[in-house]
Design a protein around this ligand. Structure first.
Ligand code: GLU
Length: 429
């Protein structure tokens, strides 16, 4: 184990340790040479500002008690309140939540919304529990992290396996504990309690805007462009549908129920209804089923990993024949795979840029909650579009200027903004 000041580093600070936090640390190290005098502050990016681990005891429907481990990590509040989702997944670890919170800091800075980065999670497979068990879990977890969240301090949102209903329970529990209704404590809420129009589709819509801009930059026509998507929820499903409407051919979709393929293109709007009814892509008519290995090796213009971290790694990166990977998920490509793709000439549009549409509309939701004045869906989409488009253009220009990948370019701009704020605020005391 490496040492710092003669002391062993905890495993989550060990950059040699595989996993999401190790990947994030490597990404930060790559931008250090481009930060100029701001690099003096880089160590402040290498540890989260605040980490909370909570026990979440839940009485199950059968009367027994089960304990779950929950986390809320605030990586940075230099530019504004911590902001980021909460996920319920059996693989959630502290290292993962730390990395996800750090990627949120970079993401909010890349699109220049006035937030820091945070993330939360509970290690649970929610599919094994009833809706009322999940409600009790959510409310107890909210109470346990209630000491650090709030509309001006740390604002959760949906992430993997959480949704508008989860946010409603969080908002209600937080409000009950504080004694007044606080819509701005979470974003991604139902519309009836202060949610924003367009929020559900926002990540997928932002991904679509960035993909169109990246295709144009690479001289690839959207008409007939072959697209494959891993993950067909709010992000993958919305992006695939918008790309299909714009003329692309969605040839393959991979989710937890299987991989479907059709070389002439899959009807994405019918697939969205099928997934809503059955819970997955399996059983969709008129398509072939292929293996995950075949999915990763398809000849494509655009590959969209929109599921979990580490899906593109050393085992499959060399097989990827897509011209472009656009990251809908957070952290889907490991640093080693990133290098392989770069060497093979595959353009990677990184998560902190590509999936920033969700948090951008979360910002709009928070602004609407703070002013109690609500915008139309058109206003939301019209404001989202230029933010995503301009963030892509700025990132591409930085990549060209320094001759680096789009990921390093996005990290240069994101980390510079965070560290500029850090420097001008100074360290207390
Ligand atoms: N969970 C989403 C993300 O990873 C949204 C976060 C938010 O809106 O705060 O970007």
């Amino acid at each position: 184990m490496p040492e710092q000041n003669g002391q062993s580093l905890p495993s989550y600070l060990n950059p040699l340790e595989p996993g999401p936090w190790g990947s994030y640390l490597q990404q930060v190290d790559r931008v250090a040479p481009y930060l100029g005098k701001l690099s003096k502050w880089i160590s402040t990016l290498k540890q989260p500002r605040r980490t909370l681990i909570v026990d979440v005891p839940v009485e199950l429907d059968n009367g027994t008690i089960e304990h779950f481990e929950g986390y809320r990590v605030q990586h940075s509040v230099a530019r504004g309140p911590a902001k980021g989702g909460i996920r319920f997944h059996q693989d959630v670890t502290l290292s993962e939540v730390m990395a996800l919170s750090a990627w949120m800091s970079v993401k909010t800075a890349v699109v220049n919304v006035p937030f820091g980065g945070g993330k939360g999670g509970i290690r649970i497979n929610p599919k094994n529990y009833s809706a009322s068990e999940i409600e009790r879990l959510t409310r107890r977890y909210t109470s346990e992290i209630g000491c650090i969240i709030g509309p001006n301090t740390d604002i959760p949102a949906p992430d993997v396996n959480t949704n508008a209903q989860t946010m409603a329970w969080i908002m209600d529990t937080y409000s009950a504990n504080t004694g007044f209704t606080s819509p701005g404590v979470v974003t991604g809420k139902p519309i009836s309690i202060g949610g924003s129009l367009g929020r559900v589709e926002a990540t997928g819509r932002g991904l679509f805007v960035v993909t169109i801009a990246a295709l144009k930059d690479a001289g690839i026509n959207i008409e007939g462009a072959r697209v494959a998507v891993q993950g067909f929820g709010n992000v993958g499903g919305t992006a695939a549908n918008l790309l299909a409407e714009a003329g692309a051919k969605v040839v393959a979709v991979y989710d937890h129920t299987g991989v479907i393929h059709h070389e002439n293109g899959i009807n994405t709007s019918k697939l969205i209804s099928h997934v809503a009814q059955t819970g997955g892509v399996a059983g969709f008519e008129g398509v072939n089923s292929i293996s995950p290995d075949e999915f990763w090796s398809l000849p494509l213009e655009v590959l969209i990993p929109a599921a979990l971290e580490g899906q593109i790694n050393e085992s499959n990166a060399n097989n990827i024949k897509a011209k472009m990977v656009v990251e809908g998920a957070n952290g889907p490509t490991t640093p080693k795979a990133d290098d392989i793709l770069h060497n093979n000439g595959v353009i990677v549009v990184p998560d902190v840029l590509a999936n920033a549409g969700g948090v951008t509309v979360s910002y709009f939701e928070w602004v609407q909650n703070n002013s109690s004045f609500y915008w139309t869906e058109k206003e939301i989409n019209d404001r989202l579009q230029p933010i995503m488009h301009d963030a892509y253009l700025a990132t591409a220009a930085t990549a060209k200027e320094h001759n680096v990948s789009l990921r390093t370019a996005a990290f240069i701009s994101g980390c510079s903004r965070i560290l500029e704020a850090r420097e001008i605020r100074g360290l207390f005391p």
